[in-house]
Design a protein around this ligand. Sequence first.
Ligand code: TZP
Ligand code: MG
Length: 205
Amino acid sequence: MGTTNAVGRDPLVILEEALIGGISHFQLREKGTAALTGKELKTFALACQKLCRRHRVPFIINDDVELACAIDADGVHVGQEDLDCASVQSRIGKDKILGVSVHSVEEAKRAVADGADYVGMGPVYGTRSKDDAKPPAGIVGIVAVKKAFPALSIVGIGGIKPENASAVYQAGAESVAVISSLAGAEDVRGQVNLFKEAYKGAPQL
Ligand code: TZP
Ligand code: MG
């Protein structure tokens, strides 16, 4: 989540609610024309990091390896179009979390070889949160990557809500990454809980 997803609310309040609700990880993904940059972005990132640390939740930064290194974030997430995963790994060090977006078994294979700790797969369902999102892929890609790399952590993303999360977990995703369904929820804590319920009710195949 970034500042533009907060739709009129304080993004740090949303983050704190989500942390109290029990999210396992947080990724700062600041995108778009209204995105914070430079010093402002760093200040916002530090505020997010402080909250995450208080709740002992890993704080991951999307794309911005320099910022991640500057503030000692817990990890970095990159897409296929971003910096290559192997060089990110060498810049952040092996003790940090490295996440990579993949869309196929082939891309997953490369991510694993480059040292990814988890792969993000999506959009599973339709999303309005990513301007350059590919068409929704459903759960088939997740099933295929899980079959090829049973021990790999897969994070499903894109249009995921408590009502459709079970299918994503069942397909082989260890977890789901969510923007609008949490940032737009009136009761953020309650919404996190609904995701946890969906997880419990969805034994992996
Ligand atoms: N990558 C694929 S879909 C997506 C990203 C970053 C956006 C997910 O946002 P939402 O609001 O949960 O659909
Ligand atoms: Mg990216």
